[in-house]
Design a protein around this ligand. Structure first.
Ligand code: SF4
Ligand code: SF4
Length: 139
């Protein structure tokens, strides 16, 4: 299920602080530096497959909205770092995506698995898709 942007609260709620702090700790990023310029989203090659733009993912995290974990965007992100080089505030968005994936993996949820593919399907995949699936940063 995709998060509902229309239901996103416009103000930070104190009860959401722990989720925000956890993502900040795991990612090592200063999420509050983001001022929603959208440069990350405009440079992302995979937005057509995403249900939330990368800049929106950052906004959800700023607000501590855990619903962002339901977004397929965090699994679509291929860790290509286009967004990082464009961000004027030096935020590595791929690190944030990775932190969100890790939170889901800790709940024993994985959206994609190479094991579920037939050998012919696997052979037809671009190399970058396989590398992304294995996630460059996930231990
Ligand atoms: S790292 Fe992820 S969010 Fe950033 S540009 Fe690449 S695919 Fe998009
Ligand atoms: S490029 Fe950086 S500052 Fe701009 S919206 Fe994306 S994360 Fe925020």
């Amino acid at each position: 299920m995709s998060p509902e942007p229309s239901r996103l609260a416009l103000r930070f709620k104190p009860e959401n602080a722990s989720f925000k702090a956890k993502v900040a700790e795991l990612s090592g990023e200063e999420i509050d530096l983001c001022f929603q310029c959208g440069a990350c989203s405009s440079g992302c090659p995979l937005t057509a497959e995403m249900d939330l733009l990368p800049s929106k993912v950052i906004r959800y995290v700023q607000l501590g909205e855990e619903a962002v974990l339901e977004s397929k965007t965090i699994w679509v992100c291929s860790t290509c770092f286009n967004c990082e080089v464009r961000c004027p505030r030096g935020i590595d968005i791929a690190n944030v995506m990775e932190a969100l994936r890790q939170l889901m993996l800790r709940k024993k949820y994985d959206r994609v698995s190479l094991d579920a593919l037939e050998p012919e399907e696997l052979r037809g995949l671009p190399q970058i898709a396989i590398i992304s699936n294995l996630r460059k940063l996930t231990a």
